[in-house]
Design a protein around this ligand. Structure first.
Ligand code: UDP
Length: 242
C-alpha cells in the first residue's frame, strides 16, 4: 500500500510514473478488481460538490495527478507528489507492458469509430496486445446493457473508459462489478489522441507544465471548465496548513 496525500480531501497516491506503472502491473496479478483515477484540478474542484465523485476518488486503488496544478498544490502537504503522472502516458505504459504479457484490453468511449481506430493503432504500436473489443461512448439504456454483457463475455484484463470525467468514473464504479475486468481506468479524451484526431501539447508545453494552456488555446470551448482552475488555486491557498 503506497502513501497518499490529501488535496482538498482527494487522496492522491504519492508515486512517480515508474512506481505507478509497477503498482498497476501488480493489480493484474492479485485477483481483485481495481479502479484507477487520474484527476486534474477541475475534477478535484468538482468533487468538492459532487459527493458520489468524492466517494469514488476515495475508494479508488490508485489516484494519480493528471495536472501540474495538483503537483503544485501537493507542495503544501506533508507528502508532496514527486511528479505529474499524466493519465494518457500512464495508459500507454500499461498497454506496452500488457502487450509483453499477451494480455487483453477493451476500448469503450468516444464518438462512433474513434475507439475502433484508436484500438487499431494501439494494436500496431504494441504488438502482442490483445484488443478484445471496442464500443463508442454514446449509448441508450438498452445498448448499455449489451455493452456490459459484451465486456463480461470477452473478459478483458484492462478496461479503458473514455466517456469524459466524471461520467467515466461513475460508470466504472457502478458497472465494474458486473464484469471480471481486473483494472479499469477513465481515460477522458485519450482515444481521440490515440486515433490521431486530437494532438497532445508539444513536449515543450508538457515539460513547462503548460499542457492545460495549450488545451485552452486549441480547444477554446473548454474555457468554462477551466474557470475552475483559479478557484482551485485560491481554495488550496486558503486551506494550506489546515
Ligand atoms: N464522450 C463519450 N460519451 C459521452 C460524452 C463524452 O464517449 O457521453 C467522449 C468524447 O467523445 C471524448 C471524451 O468522452 O472522447 C471526453 O473528452 P475530454 O477531453 O473532454 O475528456 P476529459 O477532459 O473530460 O477527461
Amino acid at each position: 500500500m503506497r502513501k497518499t496525500t490529501e488535496i482538498l480531501s482527494v487522496p492522491f497516491t504519492v508515486c512517480t510514473m515508474e512506481e505507478a506503472v509497477e503498482e498497476v502491473m501488480g493489480f493484474f496479478a492479485d485477483g481483485r478488481q481495481h479502479i484507477i483515477c487520474t484527476p486534474n484540478p477541475e475534477i478535484v474542484m468538482e468533487a468538492q460538490t459532487d459527493r458520489q465523485l468524492m466517494q469514488i476518488l476515495k475508494a479508488a486503488d490508485l489516484v494519480v495527478p493528471d495536472g501540474i496544478g495538483v503537483v503544485w498544490a501537493s507542495k503544501y502537504t506533508k507528502h508532496p507528489v514527486p511528479e505529474r503522472v499524466a493519465g494518457f502516458d500512464l495508459c500507454q505504459r500499461i498497454l506496452a507492458n500488457l502487450a509483453k504479457e499477451g494480455k487483453s484490453v477493451y476500448f469503450f468511449g468516444g464518438a462512433p469509430s474513434v475507439a475502433a481506430t484508436a484500438a487499431k493503432r494501439a494494436a500496431k504500436m504494441y504488438p502482442g496486445l490483445v484488443i478484445c473489443g471496442t464500443h463508442n461512448g454514446y449509448f441508450d439504456a438498452k445498448e448499455e446493457k449489451e455493452i456490459i454483457r459484451q465486456i463480461k463475455t470477452l473478459q478483458p484484463d484492462l478496461l479503458l473508459v473514455g466517456l469524459g470525467a466524471p461520467k467515466q468514473e461513475k460508470w466504472i464504479y457502478e458497472n465494474l462489478r458486473f464484469t471480471s475486468v481486473k483494472v479499469a481506468i477513465g481515460v477522458g479524451g485519450s482515444f481521440d489522441v490515440m486515433a490521431g484526431n486530437v494532438k497532445r501539447a508539444p513536449k515543450m508545453f508538457q515539460k513547462l507544465g503548460l499542457e492545460w494552456f495549450y488545451r485552452l488555446i486549441t480547444q477554446p470551448t473548454r474555457w468554462r471548465r477551466m474557470m475552475r482552475l483559479p478557484k482551485f488555486v485560491l481554495t488550496v491557498l486558503k486551506n494550506k496548513g489546515k
